[in-house]
Ligand binder design. Structure first.
Ligand code: ATP
Ligand code: MG
Ligand code: MG
Ligand code: MG
Length: 477
């Protein structure tokens, strides 16, 4: 079943069940806690909080999402994209748990001939929040799930929240068992690769306070109403229904791998290290195109830096596969061809998107060779001195003079068995930023306030992990 069909079936199913179909919002909504929209509920947040009244009691959407926090998983797990499409159904104080479970179960298990996804019900598992007896009972009654296929989990896994005070609630996730050839018995708690998470049903009912997501945070009270917020990964459903091995081999991602095979003359599937690079290229190319389409341009701060990182990683990965020519323009047209039926702006805005891509690639290629030489010299010197940590000033020089994002330096160092003095790097970055700020202050003429993202950066977000933390805490893991 093609991705387009999966999207259509989802929306039609919920439209039939009385939901208003709402188009995806931009990846760039103004939310002080998020660089990018990373879940389907983000555009609806004011309705959950009661800050605005929802124009419809039920909605359904397929929201573009970017999760930079998942970047290190890309190409290595079978299931993490940086850009993906989250299908969701939402109830704003209308239906609650029972209908949410009924509708999800019906879409998943109704035969394909009758408009559903046709999953084998015997392969589906559910998790519930550890004290949520009601949901466990509903899974038994509605879906007939036996006790051993309903697992209980604590706050870190089964309580959705954002990083700061905001809507939150217990959740129940649905997993698909890919079979014993893919891992261990025992359900998602034991093996999340064999048991693929496909859908998260969040019972949005509380307000969270300050505190770390992982260790638990205070619940301040109740939302004005009990709501439903669900998220189903379209790419993950495609991965299962297309009989492929991971999200990168699905119909909207695999063509970029094919293009990389063509350009490199190498074959995907022959060597694991190369395969990770193929998958990284395919994933990042799509994310890059979607981010540029929504207005991000490569830069050294916040969103622009995320984009730069993705694009430069593609270029380097392609080089490592042996491609000598520029690649970003090539990949951009492949992404457009597969994605434009759902995202026509990729066609109408193509020239601009491609030109941003090419400009960034040229800028990087101009310094990649000389930067790589500097890196090699520094790596050799480090090893010769018997050390295993590359000095922070080298990482800074690579960033500042050669445009190497820190994660690129980290990746290159790791390939040589070295680590990097990230703290030293960060303090040099902070010094530089302070200099730039005071220079800017003396020139300032009262432009719009971009301080939100600058603040993110000042918290150390030039290091990619900074974004990761901001983001990963805002989603249920
Ligand atoms: P995982 O545990 O696999 O990282 P998650 O628990 O972080 O997923 P949720 O925040 O619950 O994911 O998001 C809802 C759904 O969105 C998931 O059930 C999954 O189908 C999909 N999804 C989440 N992250 C990704 C991703 N990086 N790439 C593709 N699909 C994703
Ligand atoms: Mg989840
Ligand atoms: Mg999870
Ligand atoms: Mg996750």
């Amino acid at each position: 079943m093609q991705t387009h069909d999966i999207r259509q079936r989802f929306l039609s199913h919920f439209e039939r069940a009385g939901h208003t179909v709402v188009p995806s919002a931009s990846l760039l909504l103004d939310d002080p806690n998020l660089l990018f929209v990373n879940a389907g509920m983000v555009p609806f947040k004011p309705y959950f909080l009661g800050e605005a009244s929802a124009p419809y009691p039920r909605a359904t959407s397929i929201q573009k999402c970017v999760r930079t926090g998942d970047i290190d998983e890309v190409g290595k797990t079978s299931r993490h994209n940086t850009f993906f499409q989250m299908a969701g159904n939402f109830s704003f104080g209308d239906y609650f748990k029972e209908t949410a479970i009924k509708e999800a179960w019906s879409l998943l298990t109704t035969s394909q001939a009758d408009g559903g996804f046709g999953f084998d019900p015997d392969r589906l598992w559910a998790t519930v929040y550890h004290d949520d007896d009601e949901t466990e009972t509903l899974w038994r009654e509605i879906a007939g799930l036996p006790e051993e296929r309903i697992q209980r989990r604590g706050m870190a896994d089964n309580y959705w929240s954002m990083t700061v005070p905001g809507p939150c609630g217990p959740c129940s996730e649905i997993y698909y068992d890919r079979g014993p050839e893919h891992g261990r018995e025992g359900g998602p708690i034991v093996d999340e690769d064999r048991f693929l998470e496909i859908w998260n049903l969040v019972f949005m009912q509380n307000i969270r306070g300050e505190g770390p997501a992982k260790e638990g945070y205070p619940i301040l009270g109740e939302l004005p109403a009990k709501n439903i917020d669900t998220g189903l990964g379209i790419e993950r459903v495609a991965y299962l229904l297309q009989g492929v091995d991971n999200v990168y081999e699905t119909d909207l991602v695999r063509p970029v791998i094919a293009k990389a095979e063509e350009l490199s003359g190498r074959r995907y599937g022959a060597d694991e290290t190369a395969d990770v690079r193929f998958r990284v290229i395919a994933d990042h190319a799509r994310s890059g195109v979607m981010l540029i389409a929504d207005g991000v341009t490569p830069g050294n701060e916040a969103r622009g830096y995320v984009l730069r990182r993705l694009l430069r990683r593609i270029v380097r990965s392609a080089r490592l596969l042996g491609v000598k020519e520029p690649v970003l323009g090539e990949f951009t047209s492949v992404v457009r061809d597969v994605m434009s039926p759902a995202y026509p702006e990729l066609t109408t805005d193509y020239e601009r998107i491609e030109s941003v891509m090419r400009t960034e690639e040229n800028a990087f290629l101009a310094t990649l060779t000389s930067g790589s030489k500097i890196f090699d010299l520094a790596a050799t010197a480090t090893r010769d001195s018997g050390a295993v940590v590359l000095p922070g000033d080298k990482a800074f020089q690579l960033h500042d003079t050669y445009g190497f994002p820190i994660d690129l330096t980290l990746e290159m160092a790791a390939e040589q068995g070295l680590s990097v003095d990230e703290e030293g790097f960060r303090s040099l970055m902070a010094e530089q930023r302070a200099r730039a700020k005071s220079a800017a202050a003396s020139r300032r003429t009262g432009h719009g306030d971009k301080s939100v993202y600058r603040d993110l950066l000042d918290q150390g977000a030039t290091e990619f992990v900074g974004y990761e933390r901001l983001e990963s805490e805002s989603v249920v893991r």
